[in-house]
Design a protein around this ligand. Structure first.
Ligand code: TYC
Length: 112
């Protein structure tokens, strides 16, 4: 009967894992979202703003009218929150539409 030293390879759990587990939660980062805002000005007709909100943001006439009035009174309002690409498309569509109709309406986006 031979006596052998117990080697690491004989033990359970010798899997090369150094055992440093600081965080078990998966880091599934949500993509950032962007607020799209419209700004008040003194020249763009109210009905044009209402039309923009119906056309590009899918609002009913009543929703669009109410939000237009909020912008008129407060200076600006968030009209929606979207992914970067959708927000960028909305801003471009509104700015192009306003420019084509020669209104100074401004539409901007900001990271949430
Ligand atoms: N202030 C404008 C007016 O009195 C109306 C207006 C509302 C303009 C909202 C822009 O984003 C706006 N005709």
């Amino acid at each position: 009967m031979s006596m052998q030293p117990i080697m690491m390879a004989d033990k359970k759990d010798d899997d090369g894992d150094v055992g440093v587990v600081l965080e078990t939660r998966q880091k599934t980062k949500k993509p950032p979202m962007y607020k799209v805002m419209i700004l008040n000005d003194d020249y763009t007709p109210m009905e044009f703003v209402v039309h923009v909100l119906e056309r590009f943001f899918g609002m009913t006439h009543a929703q669009a009218f109410e939000l237009m009035l909020t912008v008129h009174k407060k200076g600006l309002a968030v009209v929606g929150v979207f992914s970067f690409e959708v927000a960028e498309t909305k801003v471009t569509q509104v700015m192009d539409f306003a420019q084509r109709h020669q209104h100074p309406l401004q539409c901007t986006m900001e990271k949430e």
